[in-house]
Design a protein around this ligand. Structure first.
Ligand code: X2X
Length: 338
């Protein structure tokens, strides 16, 4: 009898603990991204969802909705939608959230980050902490970083070695007026457009060129729509941020919050690794694969790159003021000490 009572008590305790809490959870949590797997960005988001599913024994089910479809394809509305709870979570580019979070324009300051170590010095240092504080004050819970990548410039007209080569080219850009200013300073003719509209515009020749990481250029097969010139100028890079709407976050138990956070960190690390694959040191296979598609890939000399830095210096100074001079100082210091 005593044993039965104990067994019954233990059974009741087991029944009330996990399932009662899980009952408050939604059937599905929607993660917004712009691109799906096999883009590194989509893989990062998928990995997050998988890890959370496994580590919570299915208590939290997350699903990736690519193409910014939860905001009708307008990627610059993603942050607002997440803040308002129209979408639950996102793995989003700093570029796409910069219209609402001006400090995220930091990563789009032309030629701020010379190499991958510089990106890491920002996201993994005091600048990253500060940006997460700013996001937290805006009703979302930032968890971890991943990476879209260094954005390189392509076009259908000619190899680009100097700012003069960009003169008059119609360029598709996205996200922030900072991009308009940068390309205007270089003599190009920039036009803002979503990712959904970009490939059609390249296909019809409505625009001559675009800028995106090599991984996006390759997976989206941008070389198939006449973009046979690609210049590796590393002018900006867009990290990705994993974040969750505040109310959704608050609805999770502390234990599950920890799982969701750690999974974002782990998925982010994997995403960064994939985003950089074939891009560095002895392994340039990602770039060689593009060359094999008939793309003329230009790597700028230090001198050539300097000409672009000089031509965009005024834009950098002007936007440093707009973004937050102290934050940009902190970023410059983190990069100098990397
Ligand atoms: O639209 C783009 O260029 C993309 C896919 O890189 C972003 O979402 C910033």
């Amino acid at each position: 009898m005593q044993i039965m009572k104990l067994a019954l008590a233990a059974g009741l305790a087991a029944m009330t603990a996990a399932p009662a809490l899980a009952a408050d959870y939604k059937e599905e949590y929607k993660i917004s991204t712009v691109v799906p797997a096999p883009f590194p960005w989509g893989i990062a988001a998928e990995t997050w969802a998988e890890m959370v599913g496994e580590r919570t024994d299915g208590r939290i089910k997350m699903k990736v909705y690519p193409g910014a479809q939860l905001v009708s394809g307008d990627q610059t509305k993603e942050f607002t939608a997440m803040r308002r709870g129209i979408i639950d979570m996102a793995v989003g580019s700093t570029i796409n959230w910069s219209p609402q979070v001006k400090e995220l324009n930091l990563f789009s300051l032309p030629f701020l980050m010379p190499d991958y170590a510089a990106i890491d010095a920002l996201t993994q240092g005091p600048v990253g902490d500060k940006l997460f504080e700013i996001l937290s004050d805006k009703g979302v819970v930032p968890l971890a970083w991943a990476e879209n990548g260094f954005r390189e410039v392509s076009n259908s007209q000619k190899p680009i070695h100097t700012p003069e080569d960009l003169a008059g080219l119609k360029m598709r850009v996205v996200g922030s007026p900072l991009f308009n200013d940068t390309f205007t300073a270089l003599g190009a003719n920039p036009t803002q457009m979503s990712w959904a509209d970009a490939k059609p515009a390249l296909t019809t020749g409505a625009v001559d060129g675009q800028e995106n990481p090599v991984s996006v250029f390759a997976v989206a097969k941008i070389y198939e729509v006449g973009q046979n010139n690609l210049t590796l100028w590393h002018y900006v890079a867009d990290p990705l941020i994993f974040a969750v709407n505040q109310d959704v976050w608050d609805s999770f138990t502390p234990e599950d919050q920890e799982i969701v956070r750690q999974a974002a960190i782990d998925a982010g690390a994997k995403g960064i690794e994939i985003a950089r694959e074939g891009m560095t040191g002895n392994d340039k296979s990602a770039i060689e694969a593009i060359e094999a598609k008939g793309v003329d890939v230009v790597e700028l000399t230090e001198e050539e790159r300097q000409a672009f830095i000089d031509a965009t210096r005024g834009v950098y100074d002007e936007w440093k003021e707009k973004i937050d001079p102290e934050l940009v100082d902190m970023a410059e210091e983190s990069i100098a000490n990397r």
